[in-house]
Design a protein around this ligand. Structure first.
Ligand SMILES: [Ca+2]
Ligand SMILES: [Ca+2]
Ligand SMILES: [Ca+2]
Length: 156
């Protein structure tokens, strides 16, 4: 199945990019950018302590008015800075588990730790570059992706 995915991907890149979602097929989420940035001692591995302090640092960065929750605008501004914009996620509703339009510190931490566990293929609590590369190889089957309608282009 992996070979099939790669074959389709290479076909797509060689034969033009008619489909708007083709260029981002290899990167399903921008959270890897975040986790690479959590590596504060620069040893190319992000351990649980670095994840904990990274969560604190990023929540503080996002919570501009210091009320302990992230409103939609605060999340959007943070996403633009930390995740390169909201094009490929993680999305606000990934964090806002109870859908009350506010992301608490707890919701923020729960979602990020879940994503770290998801990447941590050897379950040693540390994310290395190979964890991210392996993740990229685990893209969903392209036929499955085509079931979803394309995202509407923002008009503004
Ligand atoms: Ca580190
Ligand atoms: Ca806030
Ligand atoms: Ca919430």
């Amino acid at each position: 199945m992996l070979a099939g995915v790669l074959a389709v991907a290479s076909c797509a890149s060689g034969g033009g990019r008619e489909r708007t979602n083709d260029p981002i097929r290899a990167l399903l989420s921008a959270d890897a950018l975040l986790f690479v940035g959590f590596d504060s001692d620069g040893d190319l591995s992000t351990n649980t302590a670095e994840v904990d302090s990274g969560i604190e640092r990023e929540f503080a960065r996002a919570d501009v008015n210091r009320d302990g929750t992230l409103q939609p605008l605060e999340f959007q501004n943070w996403s633009n800075l930390a995740l390169g914009g909201g094009q490929i996620g993680p999305y606000r509703l990934d964090f806002d588990r109870n859908v009350d339009n506010a992301i608490t510190r707890e919701e923020f931490g729960v979602e990020i730790r879940a994503r770290v566990r998801d990447y941590d293929s050897d379950e040693n609590g540390a994310l290395t570059r190979v964890d991210f590369v392996r993740r990229v190889g685990q893209t969903r089957d392209p036929s499955e992706r085509r079931v979803r309608p394309p995202e509407p282009t923002p008009s503004r």
